[in-house]
Design a protein around this ligand. Sequence first.
Ligand code: ZN
Ligand code: ZN
Length: 289
Amino acid sequence: MGCVVIDLHTHSSVSDGTDTPASLMSAAASAGLDVIALTDHDTTAGWSEAAAALTPGLTLVRGAELSCTSPNGRGGTATVHLLAYLFDPLAPAIVTEQSRLRAERRSRLLKMARRMAEDGYPVDPDALMASLPPDSPAGRPHLAMALVQAGMVATVDEAFQFFLNSRGRYHVSRRDTPVHTAIQMVADAGGVTVLAHAFAHHRGPTVTAEVIKELAGAGLTGLEVDHPDHDLATRTQLGALADDLGLVRTGSSDYHGTNKTIRIGQDSTSPEAFEALVAHTTGTPLITG
Ligand SMILES: [Zn+2]
Ligand SMILES: [Zn+2]
């Protein structure tokens, strides 16, 4: 086979991308990809639509990007994103944690909406809760949209700027899955985990190399080295770390459709690395159109 293009990190409109799972598959085929992973935030709700839309020769890796809380290696904590691939979404550990998270996200959103309503803003907490999609996680964007519809702000961005940001008076913190729990849960469900964009510092506090070493010991399989938010020096540093720790080096675009300027397949994973990842999995098979 000639040049194989493998992109292991993309988002559809099931989370915060703009392409539906089906149009994401056609975008992947048009861009000449051979393998694409669908990794929506904290949900597998796009898997079946993506699988049904596969074109001949395109292989789908069913996955998700899990928001987790981790020690940051400096005495505090950080939010980390864990790419989980080819796990069984019906495994008890996954189902239990997903339903805990869904309930937690909903009660958090309800608290924020109630705080705003108490202060006299035109937010109807019950109507908001009734409008949420049943099978994907509720989040601040849903409240932001309600504020736009109520005419409080012009855009979702303004809603975050004025009301919903983490320093604002209406903000309630999320309780994400501890990263060790997530690694174990995905492994128990026959999948593998890769730490996403670990050194993309502009996204907020990240973890130290020491923490990554510790996660490697706790069952992490791979490290996302080639990512649009990592510059060349960062890639060199993370690539060496992956080699040292025996982690599989992956590369991906983190494509979000028109929400970001990244091209699908802009960064990619080598066939050898891909094989090494898949070799560890038993939860959900690869499928090819
Ligand atoms: Zn991410
Ligand atoms: Zn992502």
